[in-house]
Write a protein that binds this ligand. Structure first.
Ligand SMILES: Cc1cc2nc3c(=O)[nH]c(=O)nc-3n(C[C@H](O)[C@H](O)[C@H](O)COP(=O)(O)O)c2cc1C
Length: 126
């Protein structure tokens, strides 16, 4: 049976908080050990003018096939680079960008992503 697991990349804790609120087992990108049955939902952040953090790139280079979707934390103060790592992940790795959110997100952001996972995971239950 496939298991949904949330993998997050977080420096100051905002992305981790969002990941934890989704209600699945959540693990930091650097600590994920890989399991054949996992379906991964990735929650990451944008850094330095919309870049993907290196830790996220390293993770995706190994596990991209297992990742069903991504949500990205950012800050609108970054203008056109707001959450841009999400668009880069979508175009470079072919992983659907489900949502950009600010900081640790609102409840409505968490609900949107929970609903997306429930509609798109093979397990189809949250
Ligand atoms: C040095 C630095 C660069 C950032 N660059 C961007 C950016 O280009 N685009 C964006 O949307 N947010 C940017 N942010 C905002 C972070 O993505 C946002 O605060 C995020 O919630 C941090 O996640 P974390 O607390 O899990 O580390 C930047 C933050 C810092 C400190």
């Amino acid at each position: 049976m496939n298991e949904v697991i949330v993998i997050f990349d977080s420096l100051t804790g905002q992305t981790k908080k969002f990941a934890d609120n989704l209600g699945f087992k959540s693990v930091h990108v650097k600590l994920y050990e890989g399991s054949p049955d996992d379906e991964i939902f990735l929650v990451t952040r944008s850094i330095n003018f919309g870049q993907i953090p290196l830790t996220t790139k390293d993770f995706l280079d190994t596990y991209k096939e297992k990742v069903i979707g991504v949500a990205v934390s950012g800050n609108r103060n970054w203008g056109i680079n707001y959450g841009k790592a999400g668009e880069s992940i979508e175009s470079y790795y072919g992983i659907p960008l489900v949502l950009k959110f600010e900081g640790s997100g609102y409840k409505s952001d968490v609900l949107k992503v929970k609903e997306w996972i429930s509609n798109n995971s093979l397990k189809k239950e949250v």
